[in-house]
Design a protein. Structure first.
Length: 207
């Protein structure tokens, strides 16, 4: 059988080299390209048509979870690699169309196994993340309904921004920012901005 073709998206050279060496020892896995950013990943995946994209979550040009949909539409299955994760992060990966989530602390054998399973069509999420994934996908978690703009407002609130500052940073009117903040509070079941941030941290929405 032909080996599983993988595009590795990782901006740290030492990490990428270690993963590449590990994959080279497996006869059934081949690294066909490496990218250091989301933009380059999209180009390489379109060029190489891999079976699996091994995607670091934190890249210089953004949160790679936001690129899962675009990568999946190019025909690849996406396995996200991250330094740390919560069930909410895992749920975001699943909701975006990702096929799995692997921690960087996992052993290389575990990583190889995850690549093989994803290539075979399995969803690879640790047992500790399954509850969050299922809750998000079945719509039982209120935070699942936060829009991208509301998430941006939430992150600014976590940084201590006032409503006026949220408006300025997002480039919207103060009334619009106030509406975003109010919807965040309602969806998280919070009575104040401080409580909303506390809930968001507990659920991993700010990871």
């Amino acid at each position: 059988m032909a080996p599983t073709r993988v595009v590795l998206v990782e901006d740290h050279d030492m990490v990428a080299e270690a993963m590449t060496l590990a994959m080279q020892r497996a006869d059934d896995i081949e690294i066909v390209a490496r990218a250091r950013s989301i933009a380059t990943a999209l180009t390489e995946v379109a060029r190489c048509t891999p079976d699996v994209v091994l995607l670091d979550r934190r890249l210089p040009d953004g949160d790679a979870i936001d690129a899962i949909g675009s990568l999946s539409r190019l025909g690849a299955r996406v396995l996200v690699l991250t330094g740390e994760a919560t069930s909410t992060v895992a749920a975001r990966v699943a909701e975006a169309g990702g096929s799995g989530l692997v921690l960087k602390s996992a052993g290389l054998d575990e990583l190889e196994d995850a690549v093989r399973r994803v290539a075979d069509g399995e969803a690879v999420f640790g047992a500790e993340f399954l509850a969050g994934v299922l809750s998000r996908l079945t719509g039982r978690t209120p935070s699942a309904t936060l829009t991208a703009r509301e998430r941006q407002a939430l992150r600014l609130l976590a940084d201590g921004a006032s409503t006026a500052e949220v408006a300025r940073r997002l480039g919207v009117a103060v009334n619009t920012a106030r509406n975003h903040v109010q919807r965040v509070l309602e969806k998280l079941g919070a009575r104040s901005k401080l409580e909303a941030v506390a809930i968001a941290r507990r659920e991993g929405l700010l990871d």
